[in-house]
Design a protein around this ligand. Structure first.
Ligand code: PLP
Length: 388
């Protein structure tokens, strides 16, 4: 058996070695606490689960869904975008359900890239921004997120030829893994750049609903001209504790959505109608309180982690959004991987080396806030003891 050349180009799964070590530690009786993966620990809010329960009892949901999405689902997305982001969307042409953000991001590569094309990808960034272009036979080109610029790429530093050959640009604010918000004016510069080089911007909006300290992260589509050059993937996974449900929506440029839809009709058969009905409940104003209380939980955990890190001399900036704390590796370690291995070895705590998210992540590590409070506290105490 020989895998395709496309698949062989994908670097080995970055967490594989770490997972092996965790399994080894656990087998040896070590109480390992994982602050690695970003997967909300709290259950999906009851009003969403109840909407699902009701929906699955309706035989009309048991048949193939439409790949364009239910009319009531698209209406709920339109209402949510208007209410939350002040963005007007046409439900007929500017909204399509996706089987998670990962599906939409991956399939956009197949829909838009040919061999020889480039896709500009945030570095550090979500792995599909590079794996997707590779699997489409194209090339990802990394754009380093500059800490001094507030973790955005320096668009002016992108090579002219590279820009011309690029057909897609992946961005994500609030950002995983850095926790950064898009600085004032940045989205406008992205629109101007995309227009100049005819690039389709794919804004990954997986974290807009998890923000603290009074911040309300905007949609990329609220930027003047954004809809002419871009699409946005809005995922329900993180903000609504729905990672297992596989529910997201692709919104924005109608021509891009039509192209994505043409590809998608050849790949999958749409989002389960019952999940669409549950998503309507999630996007309704009735769920706002649930989102607010989850956000408050993450804020408390953020403060807990950042206070503890500061006490052990880590110069951490508390993030205003997302479920992650991104911090510099303490002095004296050869790499982020070496530090994270040391922490696992000595403290039984799993944290993620920044290099996993791309070369610009080297020198940093990520802590996910999706672990129950008492375990998070215990992990942080172990980190403190380790530093002494
Ligand atoms: C978690 C995550 C996703 C995946 O979202 P799904 O809707 O669960 O597929 C996409 N992008 C980023 C940046 C993420 O952190």
């Amino acid at each position: 058996m020989r895998p395709s050349k496309r698949l062989e180009r994908i670097p080995p799964y970055a967490f594989a070695e770490l997972e092996r070590k965790i399994a080894e530690k656990r087998a040896a009786g070590v109480d390992v606490i994982s602050l690695g993966i970003g997967d909300p620990d709290r259950p999906t809010p009851a009003l969403i689960v109840e909407a699902m329960q009701e929906a699955v009892t309706e035989p009309e949901t048991h048949q193939y869904p439409s790949n364009r999405g239910r009319e009531d689902f698209r209406g709920a997305v339109r209402d949510f975008y208007a209410r939350r982001f002040d963005v007007a969307l046409d439900p007929e042409r500017e909204i399509i359900p996706a089987i998670g953000a990962k599906e939409a991001i991956f399939n956009l590569n197949l829909a838009f890239l040919d061999p020889g094309d480039y896709a500009l990808a945030a570095d550090p960034g979500y792995p599909v921004y590079t794996g997707g272009p590779w699997l489409a036979g194209a090339e990802p080109v990394l754009m380093a997120l500059e800490p001094e610029l507030g973790f955005v790429p320096d668009l002016g530093a992108i090579d002219e030829d590279v820009a011309r050959r690029s057909k897609l640009m992946y961005l994500n604010y609030p950002n995983n893994p850095t926790g950064a918000l898009a600085p004032e004016g940045f989205f406008q510069r992205v629109v101007d750049f995309a227009r100049a080089y005819e690039i389709l911007v794919v804004h990954d909006n997986s974290y807009s609903e998890i923000a603290f300290d009074g911040y309300r992260p905007p949609s990329f589509l609220a930027t003047p001209g954004a809809k002419e050059v871009g699409v946005e993937v809005f995922s329900l996974s993180k903000g609504y504790n729905m990672t297992g449900w596989r529910c997201a929506v692709l919104v924005g440029n109608a021509e891009a959505l039509d192209t994505y839809w043409r590809l998608k009709t050849n790949v999958d058969s749409g989002l389960f109608d019952a999940v669409q009905l549950a998503a309507i409940a999630a996007l309704s104003p009735q769920a706002d309180g649930e989102v607010a209380s989850m956000t408050e939980l993450y804020r408390r955990r953020r403060d807990l982690v950042c206070d503890a890190l500061r006490k052990i001399g880590v110069d951490v900036h508390p993030p205003h959004a997302t479920i992650y704390v991104w911090a510099p590796v303490p002095q004296g370690y050869e790499s982020s991987t070496a530090y994270c291995e040391h922490v696992l070895e000595q403290a039984g705590v799993v944290i993620t080396p920044g290099a996993v998210y791309g070369p610009a992540g080297e020198g940093w590590f990520r802590i996910s806030l999706t672990t129950p409070d008492e375990r998070l506290l215990e992990a942080v105490q172990r980190l403190g003891a380790l530093a002494k």
